[in-house]
Write a protein that binds this ligand. Structure first.
Ligand code: GUN
Ligand code: ZN
Length: 429
């Protein structure tokens, strides 16, 4: 494979800009270079110096475009792509009205193939190089997603979404079939190429204690897998969990009691947490996933990025398609900024970019492998045009410094800002 050298403005991170001074965590070079060989980043540094040292490398010069690690979407539902932006409902009604009928279609492998392929292509067009997806109850939906990702050589995480109550018959399994199907899919896909399996109980209202226990047992047998679910998204949901699990100390306890709390646990939303829940998440090293466009779209609430970061809880960022209203991690960063403002906190562009790359990778326990513009990481890279529309260009033209130039693209950018995407050192066209 030919060595590749990408030239442009480069942005990477050497630390977490949420927990210390953001400036100490940033590695920015206005004339940077990223050297790629064998699908991996083998050097990041001054562009002209790298070019002089590696005259044989094939050069792609992006001028003043920004070279970043590819975006990592740490929580989404690919089967909901077709019903994104469905009007007028909050969580439980939204699930019953729009989500469950659409998810019922994914036993049809051809349909699942079609939506999986188009979702991954949409993600790539928006600069997202890794997706962490819920599938549906149907094993076909899991095969479809992993097959489509393998065809694109994308690092993805996904699992069969298990439900054995409070859902239509078309989407119901049992404790035993949830265990058996998940185990078979895990054995088939986990560690195949760039695929990882995540054990996936949807959320405690749609699983009986028996099903949660069965999936907890499966996780104990395969502790190298991630486990993904939802936690404390909306008040009526939390009240329902209290009714269904009267003995639980809190929502997190409905997972903890059945072996579904652990370091490789990923808890989507996590907005309305009690102090015990925050302390336990931090203690076990689990991650929560911020889904800001979903939280405003479905009317869920204001996630506390800074409070959770201060409590040492790992935080990823995600679209939550199709509860989220955008495929774009730029729009997702903008929504995280807006929610921060509503809580009285202005997240810095460095913190937003970190969440969309390194933060999500950390939540997925893949730090240094993806979401990282540094030596040894896979060369999954997104190149951003910082003047992609007239509206953005007129603002960035008067920018003073990289953050002022980047912030309009974070706030106003979309797929038009994505100049190029590289997957494992191969440019996507
Ligand atoms: N809680 C349980 N299932 C879902 C889902 O599909 N989307 C969102 N946003 N929340 C959920
Ligand atoms: Zn979700």
């Amino acid at each position: 494979m030919t060595m590749q050298l990408l030239l442009g403005q480069t942005l990477g991170f050497s630390g977490n800009p949420l927990t210390g001074d953001w400036a100490d965590a940033v590695q920015f070079d206005s004339t940077g270079g990223v050297l790629i060989d064998g699908g991996q980043i083998i050097d990041v540094g001054n562009g002209p110096a790298l070019q002089a040292a590696h005259p044989q490398a094939q050069v792609t010069d992006y001028g003043d475009a920004l070279i970043s690690a590819g975006f990592v979407d740490a929580h989404m539902h690919y089967p909901q792509t077709g019903m994104i932006a469905s009007w007028g409902k909050q969580l439980i009604d939204w699930l019953n009205t729009y989500t469950f009928p659409e998810e019922s279609r994914f036993g049809d492998k051809a349909y699942a193939d079609d939506v999986a392929g188009s979702t991954l292509d949409l993600a790539l067009a928006h600069g997202t190089t890794t997706l962490t997806s819920f599938c549906t109850i149907h094993p076909e939906s899991v095969d479809a997603f992993f097959e489509a990702a393998a065809a694109r050589n994308m690092a993805v995480i996904a699992g069969k979404t298990c439900m054995d109550r409070n859902a239509p018959d078309t989407l119901i399994d049992t404790a035993q079939t949830a265990y058996d199907d998940s185990k078979a899919l895990l054995e088939k896909w986990h560690g195949q190429g760039r695929a990882q399996y995540a054990i996936t109980p949807r959320f405690s209202p749609t699983s009986t204690p028996d099903q949660l226990a069965a999936l907890g047992a499966l996780w104990a047998e395969h502790p190298d897998c991630l486990m993904q679910t939802h936690l404390s998204e909306q008040h009526p949901e939390i009240a329902w969990v209290k009714e269904l699990f009267p003995d639980a100390r809190d929502y997190l306890d409905t997972y903890e009691a059945f072996g579904l709390l652990g370091e490789r646990g990923l808890y989507g939303h996590a907005i309305h947490l009690d102090p015990r829940e925050i302390a336990r998440l931090a203690e076990v090293g689990a991650a929560v996933v911020h889904c800001p466009t979903s939280n405003t779209f479905i009317g869920s609430g204001l996630f506390d990025v800074m409070g959770l970061a201060k409590s040492a809880v790992s935080i990823g960022l995600a679209t939550d398609t199709g509860g989220g209203s955008s495929f774009s991690m730029l729009r997702t960063m903008a929504a995280a900024y807006e929610i921060g403002q509503l809580r009285g906190v202005a997240l810095h562009p460095a913190q937003l970019m970190w969440l969309a790359t390194e933060g999500s990778a950390d939540a997925l326990k893949m730090s240094g492998q993806i979401g990282h513009l540094g030596v040894g990481a896979m060369a999954d890279i997104t190149v951003l045009d910082l003047q992609s529309t007239d509206a953005i260009a007129q603002r960035s033209a008067r920018a003073e410094g990289i953050w002022d130039a980047l912030f309009p693209t974070i706030m106003m950018g979309d797929d038009r800002a994505v100049r190029d995407v590289w997957i494992a050192g191969t440019r996507q066209v």
